[in-house]
Design a protein around this ligand. Structure first.
Ligand code: ZN
Length: 67
């Protein structure tokens, strides 16, 4: 079996691990109801519609009054 002859330095190990560090933007599609960007196969967070049906009633933003 192929075996490493020497231990790699921490800098070499860290630079190897640093190369796969890209943040990937997931796939997004448009809601046909309101036009907001939504994850595919998910209920629209803006209007609560999925495949032309109202699934979840959209949240009404309430301003928090003073405690
Ligand atoms: Zn929508």
């Amino acid at each position: 079996m192929a075996n490493p002859k020497k231990k790699h330095s921490p800098a070499r190990r860290d630079s190897r691990r640093a190369q796969n560090w890209k943040l990937v933007m997931g796939t997004l599609s448009k809601c046909p109801q309101c036009g907001a960007t939504v994850k595919p196969h998910h209920v629209c967070p803006a209007c609560g519609y999925y495949r032309g049906e109202l699934i979840v009633a959209p949240k009404v933003k309430k301003k928090k009054e003073g405690k």
